[in-house]
Design a binder for this molecule. Structure first.
Ligand SMILES: NC(=O)c1ccc[n+]([C@@H]2O[C@H](COP(=O)([O-])OP(=O)(O)OC[C@H]3O[C@@H](n4cnc5c(N)ncnc54)[C@H](O)[C@@H]3O)[C@@H](O)[C@H]2O)c1
Ligand SMILES: O=C(O)C1=N[C@H](C(=O)O)CCC1
Length: 248
């Protein structure tokens, strides 16, 4: 497999080293600012990516949409790990479908988080029948993270909102007021080098239920992204999520 890496930061470096361990060829590394001789180009172009069978993108929230539309236009199968752009999902999906492209995206490519979201979905269905229980999502990440809330926290919030009928809106801001009963508060903290901790709290007057996923390193994200790279480069077309891949 010949892989291109877009964004050569914390995740890009790890993807490179795990891809090489698998015997894949790293044929392009794109980053506008990273000072490294491994970087092959500063910007995306057809010529910079011409040898790639697949691209793995862990870049920045600001560049994600333009990058995805580039992969779609150039018909390069792509794994999008970058977060912070999901509010433009519908617009991006329409263009990807129009180009009959091959894209898989997820706010979190770790298999453990995929399982965690399934567990939360199931727990939310149970909690839906017990009005005494309120809910909250919290996420902690390293101080260098550029976006909040995390893409994972938004996936978890969706799993709760889809299943707890009394929760109708997600609130991600600081609250200088009382929280309404139909709001699901998603809170973010940034500290040190935490790779990613997500907690769901279901709280009643009598007790508290806490579900936590705690990543020990970034390896889980990178392994999942490389599995997705193999899957998306297989000739399939469409705009997929990690759930589609796991379901298949
Ligand atoms: N989906 C997942 O499993 C998962 C896991 C970890 C991180 N992430 C997300 O991946 C992204 C990157 O995370 P990170 O910790 O590696 O960040 P990072 O800041 O360490 O690295 C990002 C790199 O992207 C580069 N970049 C910026 N604009 C670019 C562009 N237009 N083209 C190419 N490169 C560009 C930056 O120069 C930087 O080197 C974030 O959005 C983060 O939330 C997702
Ligand atoms: O380190 C990051 O940045 C992470 N981003 C993803 C998110 O926003 O959920 C996944 C966890 C790590």
């Amino acid at each position: 497999m010949r892989i291109g890496i877009v964004g050569y930061g914390r995740m890009g470096h790890l993807i490179e080293s795990l891809a090489r361990q698998k015997g894949w060829k790293v044929v392009a590394i794109i980053d506008p600012v990273m000072d490294s001789p491994s970087v092959t180009a500063r910007t995306l172009s057809a010529s910079a990516m011409k040898e790639c069978d697949v691209v793995v993108d862990f870049s920045s929230p600001e560049s994600a949409v333009d990058n995805i539309l580039f992969y779609a236009r150039e018909d390069i199968p792509a794994v999008i790990g970058t977060t912070g752009w999901h509010e433009r999902l519908d617009e991006v999906r329409a263009q990807v479908d129009e180009n009959r492209a091959a894209i898989i995206y997820s706010g979190n490519f770790s298999i453990g988080v995929h399982l965690f979201v399934s567990i939360v979905r199931h727990a939310a269905r149970l909690i839906d029948g017990f009005d005494d229980y309120d809910a909250l999502v919290s996420e902690l990440h390293h101080a260098g993270k550029a976006d909040s809330p995390s893409g994972t926290a938004l996936m978890i919030a969706t799993a709760i909102m889809d299943n707890v009928k009394r929760k109708k809106h997600v609130e991600t801001g600081r609250l200088d007021r009382m929280r309404a009963a139909d709001e699901l508060h998603v809170v973010s903290g940034r500290v040190g080098s935490v790779p990613g901790t997500h907690t769901v709290i279901f709280d009643s007057p009598a007790d508290t239920l806490e579900l936590t996923h705690r990543a020990r390193s970034r390896e889980g994200f990178a392994y999942g992204a490389l599995a997705a790279a193999q899957w998306i480069a297989d000739g399939r077309k469409g705009f997929f999520t990690l759930d589609d891949m796991m379901g298949a």
